[in-house]
Design a protein around this ligand. Structure first.
Ligand code: SAM
Length: 319
């Protein structure tokens, strides 16, 4: 089956997705554009992005660029590339740090690693990143998006991976009907001998504050590793991004995607501190400060610089 035929299957299936679910498509389009570059120039290669995006994803991407009045499309493509690379790099950094901290303590048997990808959309990290070989990856999204992934990856692309993937379908905002913690445990999530990396990319905007609270509580407490050795080493990670609150970008994005956002933040480090993450970092996109906690904090405290310039924030915490 040709790429065009696979794309047309993706178009047919994605037409049944809701507007919120369809927001996964423009990210796939952006990743496809990066993946078309020669090997020596691209930041990553996602062989499935072109197919997932279909024509709908590229149209969505163009609409966002027009509504946001971005002078050159490459500037927004670069934002998607940066975002994808940030999360790829953080997963690699987390695994590296886990190994280093264990080595420093003379721990020979490393903890098992599990990764939870919330609002997975068309993310194919479980297939792309060699570092996830042998890891348990829990991919969470609405039921229709999980079906869409299966249709494209398993049936149309016959995609292969050495990660152990568990799909978890449910609406994270439906606190009554969908118990995320139970669903993860049912799929084999382990709190005794495994440490975890939770990935929350492009999702926070869609979560209500109570749903976000549940996610943070699960990641930082209820489902955090109970093994004393690993617990003391701060090996559990939470990596996320969010939009800056009340900016024109937030309004324009809602307009072009035809969705309503539920959560955004001016100072996301407050969230990390609230849930007990002692080691953390925040990178404001479009802001001036570097990837250092102190730089960022100084700017937040001294002026409105970070809060006004950044359109979004990338952050992680470990505990
Ligand atoms: C902007 S996309 C991001 C997809 C992917 N993480 C990425 O960055 O490419 C948002 C994703 O979150 C999912 N999502 C939004 N609200 C959700 C909810 N209440 N429960 C589960 N998934 C949700 C959507 O279906 C969609 O796949």
């Amino acid at each position: 089956m040709s790429v065009d035929e696979k794309q047309s299957t993706a178009d047919t299936t994605s037409s049944t997705l809701s507007k919120v679910e369809q927001t996964s498509l423009f990210m796939a389009a952006g990743r496809a554009i990066e993946s078309r570059k020669p090997e020596s120039e691209r930041a990553f290669y996602d062989p499935y992005a072109e197919i997932f995006a279909g024509t709908r994803g590229f149209e969505q991407l163009d609409r966002i660029i027009k509504t946001l009045k971005i002078p050159k499309p490459e500037m927004f493509h670069a934002h998607i590339t940066f975002r994808t690379k940030y999360f790829d790099d953080m997963i690699k950094a987390a695994v590296g740090k886990i190994e280093k901290k264990c080595e420093e303590k003379g721990i020979k048997k490393l903890p098992k690693l599990q990764v939870v990808i919330l609002g997975v959309g068309c993310d194919t990290r479980s297939y792309r990143l060699d570092i996830l070989k042998g890891c348990h990856v829990f991919e969470v999204d609405m039921g229709d998006v999980i079906k869409f992934r299966e249709e494209i990856l398993a049936h149309k692309c016959k995609a292969k991976t050495e990660a152990i993937i568990k799909s978890v379908a449910g609406d994270l905002n439906d606190l009554e009907k969908f118990n995320l913690g139970d669903a993860l445990i049912k799929q084999g999530y382990d709190t005794d001998n495994s440490v975890s990396i939770w990935i929350c990319e492009g999702l926070i905007s869609y979560l209500s504050s109570s749903s976000l609270d549940r996610v943070f509580r699960l990641a930082s407490d209820t489902l955090c590793c109970k093994n004393e050795t690993w617990k003391d080493l701060n090996l559990n990670w939470f990596v996320a991004n969010c939009l800056n609150e009340n900016t024109p970008v937030e309004d324009h994005l809602q307009q072009s995607l035809n969705v309503t956002f539920k959560s955004s933040f001016k100072t996301p480090h407050v969230l990390l501190e609230k849930y007990g993450y002692k080691e953390w970092s925040v990178v404001p996109s479009g802001g001036k400060c570097k990837d250092y906690k102190n730089d960022y904090l100084k700017q937040v405290e001294n002026s409105a610089n970070v809060r006004e310039l950044a359109i979004s924030f990338f952050f992680y915490g470990c505990k």
